[in-house]
Design a protein around this ligand. Structure first.
Ligand SMILES: Cc1ncc(COP(=O)(O)O)c(C=O)c1O
Length: 450
């Protein structure tokens, strides 16, 4: 619980919380920054209204520049597993900062963070970078360099950062090549990317049957959270791993979002460790940076040995393994005990069950999907959401009404219907109750737009 946060005044029915300071800052921001934000989803484009400019966060709570307080169910899009301003993480960061901020040399904390990652996951060697995008971009380059092949397979609805070749949309049929998902990406960048429907074994088999000898790697979110939470069907990741192996392609499991969040050992701890398979390469980010820019890719020692300076595949970074970021990440991972995961799981279960109960009571068609402590609510008439095409059937107007009703009641949800909700171990009973109290009216608001 925060020092001064967590005392939000209850907001009355349909009240709109004033936010003149956020309005003013948004105007200033738009004058100097495209859309007023440094990452698109923050702009509230999908839900309308003014994005809140946050000035502080403590525990489960955020406070905006107008002094409004919110229980945070975004957690910086995943990293804040322990909540905001955790005293021991701040302590580790403070000690590191007092010694200096960046040296461009090896440091001991980098080694300790890498050891922590190797201890929790099946990767044998790891390279630290500064963002999840860098991690996936570098993993793809390494997979291509290792195999001497060019094609990459990905799934529609899986997001791996803004890497040119991975910003591909599905082509016109099964096992056809991707087309750029955004202007600015050359057709040549996505022409070597096959985009398949998620959870579709037949599509994977067809793609490998036709192009198997040319496929460098298949990259997948270990359990997708970027189209809302769409867990792999049982055995799907094992199937992907064995299909890749059979065709001499590398299996790249992107755990930027799930790594060290859905369990101590990430999604791999929930399937691979149990079923007895390992990815060839893995990518990490978010939680392992403890709220700072740190990410990583790693995997089989023989594959990682192809990386510069040991091998010929080039990869580098001025701030890679930054001492402040690695101190925050190391402190976070060391504090992420079984008790922490048990609490996050419990909070997620309580909030997700209450959300579906409130929406059911208000007659709002929806599907709740969860993968451990990551969950999301799809505002759809479908009975299950196995892939992006089904996720896209959502009633985004209903979500919009729901989102704003929650925001007005002091609960900060992801400002898009296609995102996971994130909790932290700092979500204490009072914070959880605050969310539960807000849900019925928000569900009514969603029901009213139908
Ligand atoms: C699964 C996954 N991979 C990669 C990324 C990209 O990470 P970053 O935003 O740090 O570049 C994200 C970001 O949300 C992600 O969820």
């Amino acid at each position: 619980m925060g020092r001064e946060l967590g005392r939000s005044t209850p907001v009355g029915e349909n009240a709109r919380v004033p936010h003149p300071q956020s309005d003013a800052w948004f105007d200033r921001a738009r004058a100097v920054t495209p859309g007023g934000v440094n990452s698109p989803v923050r702009a509230f484009t999908a839900v309308g209204g003014t994005p809140r400019f946050m000035e502080s966060g403590h525990g489960a709570w955020l406070r905006d520049v107008d002094g409004n307080e919110y229980v945070d169910l975004v957690c910086s899009w995943g990293p804040m597993l322990l909540g905001h301003a955790h005293p021991e993480v701040l302590g580790a960061v403070g000690e590191a900062i007092a010694r200096g901020t960046s040296y461009g040399t090896p440091t001991t904390t980098e080694v300790e963070l890498a050891e922590e990652i190797v201890a929790r996951t099946p990767v044998e060697k790891v390279r630290l970078v500064s963002s999840g995008t860098e991690a996936t971009m570098s993993a793809i380059r390494l997979a291509r360099g290792f195999t001497g092949r060019e094609l990459v397979v990905k799934f529609a609805g899986c997001y791996h950062g803004h890497v040119d070749s991975l910003l591909a949309q599905a082509g016109s049929g099964l096992a056809t090549f991707g087309v750029p998902g955004t202007p600015g990406v050359p057709a040549a960048s996505t022409a070597a990317t096959l985009v398949l429907p998620y959870n579709d074994r037949g599509a994977v088999e067809a793609a490998f049957a036709e192009h198997g000898t040319r496929i460098a790697c298949l990259i997948t979110e270990a359990s997708p959270g970027n189209m809302g939470v769409v867990p792999p069907e049982p055995g799907f990741n094992a199937f992907l791993a064995s299909t890749c192996r059979a065709h001499g392609a590398l299996f790249v499991s992107d755990e930027v979002m799930t790594g060290f969040r859905v369990s101590r050992r990430g999604q791999w701890g929930r399937d691979g460790a149990v079923e007895g398979w390992t990815p060839d390469l893995m990518t990490f980010g978010k939680v392992m940076g403890g709220g700072f820019p740190a990410a990583a890719f790693g995997g089989r020692a023989d594959v990682m040995a192809r990386l510069s300076p040991e091998g010929p595949v080039y990869q580098a970074g001025t701030l890679s393994g930054n001492p402040i970021a690695t101190a925050a990440g190391l402190a976070t991972l060391r504090l992420a005990t079984d008790a922490v995961y048990a609490r996050v799981d419990e909070v997620a279960a309580t909030i997700s069950e209450a959300a579906t109960k409130a929406l059911t009571a208000a007659g709002v068609p929806h599907v709740l999907q969860a993968n451990g402590n990551m969950f999301s609510v799809f505002f759809t008439e479908a009975t299950a959401v196995p892939d992006y095409a089904t996720a896209a059937t959502q009633d985004t107007e209903a979500f919009k009404a729901f989102f704003h009703a929650m925001l007005d009641r002091g609960v900060y949800l992801p400002p898009s219907a296609f995102e996971a909700w994130f909790c932290s171990s700092a979500h204490d009973d009072r914070a959880v109750q605050h969310v539960l109290d807000a849900l019925p009216a928000a569900a009514e608001a969603a029901g009213a737009v139908r």
